[in-house]
Design a protein around this ligand. Sequence first.
Ligand code: P6P
Length: 333
Amino acid sequence: MSKVVTLNEFIMDRQADFPFATGELSRILNDIAVASKIVSRDVRQAGLVDHILGAQGNTNIQGEEQQKLDVVADEQFIKAFEYGGEICGIASEENDDFVAFTSESAKNGKYVVLFDPLDGSSNIDVNVSIGTIFSIYRRISTVGTEATLEDMLQSGSEQVAAGYVLYGSSTMLVYTTGRGVNGFTLDPSIGEFCLSHRDMRMPETGRLYAMNEGNINICEEGLREYVAYCQSFENDKGAPYSGRYIGSLVADFHRNMIKGGIYIYPDTTTSPEGKLRLLYECNPLAFIAEQAGGIASTGRKRVMDLKPTRLHERVPFYIGSKQMVEKAMSLLK
Ligand code: P6P
C-alpha cells in the first residue's frame, strides 16, 4: 500500500513548480483547501439544515436566484483569502464588483483570485454534484496598494494556478500551476486532501458529449451538424456517442477529464455571448484542460488568448478531448 501524500506535502515537494516565491502557493491553496472543507461539510448537510436549503431570496448580478449555500460558500472563500496574507483582492460570480482588501497585510499580497464559489448551485436542492472553480493571477498593480480592476481583467494565459473542487460522491480538489494536473480526494476521517489522481491526462478522444440540447434549435447550424455527427453511425466510432449532461459544469468537466468527452455551451439567439463566464469558469477550466492535453475554445478562438473587458463577461465554450473539440470546431467553420 503506497504512502498517503497530502495536498500540503505535495505542494511543498513541488515548491519549485511555483517559481514566484516559496510558500506563497502553499498558503493560497491551503486557504482554498480549508474553505473547501467547510463548504463540503455544509453541502453534505444541505438537506438537513434549513438555513442552508433553498433560495436566499436575492438574485446575483447574473440575474440568477442566489441559493443560500452560494452565499455561505462565497463568504467562506472571501474570508479565507482576506486573512490568508497572500491575496490582495478577489472577483467572484456572487459579487457585482471586485473586492480590494484594505488591511495592510492584504495590500501587501501579490496575488488575486477569481472564483465561482458554488457553480451549479441550482442543483443543490436536488442533491446533484456542484463545484467551486478558481483562478489565481499575480497582481499587476503595485504591492502595498489596493487591488485594481486591471488586476482582475488579465488573459487566461497569465494564470499562475487554477483549479476546481467537486462536491460529488467524494470531494475532490484538482489544480494546476502550469506543470501538469493533479487531483486530491478529501479523506473525511483525517480531514486531509490526499493525492488520488497523479498527473491527470484528458483522453484524446471519447464518446460522451455534454450539451443542453434544449438549445439545439437556437444555436448555429455547424453545431447542429456536430451533434448529428455524434448521434450518427458514420462518426469516428461507427456508432452513436452517449449524451451525458449533468447541468453542473464542474461535474461534467471532471467526468470528461477522466473518461474523455466534450462539454459545449454555445452562443444562441437568446444568449449571443453564451452563458458561461470567462474569468472564473472558462479560463480556469481551460488552463486545466490544456495542461491535461485537452482543448478549450469559444468555437473559434483559444479561450486563454481572450483579453477580458468586463468581470462577468460570457463566452461560448467548447472544452474537452482534443480530437472531439477539433471536430466540433471544423464543422462550425
Ligand atoms: P443550463 C450552472 O448554472 C451552469 O453555470 C453550469 O454549471 C452548467 O453547466 C450550466 O450552467 C447549465 O445551464 O442552461 O443547461 O441549465
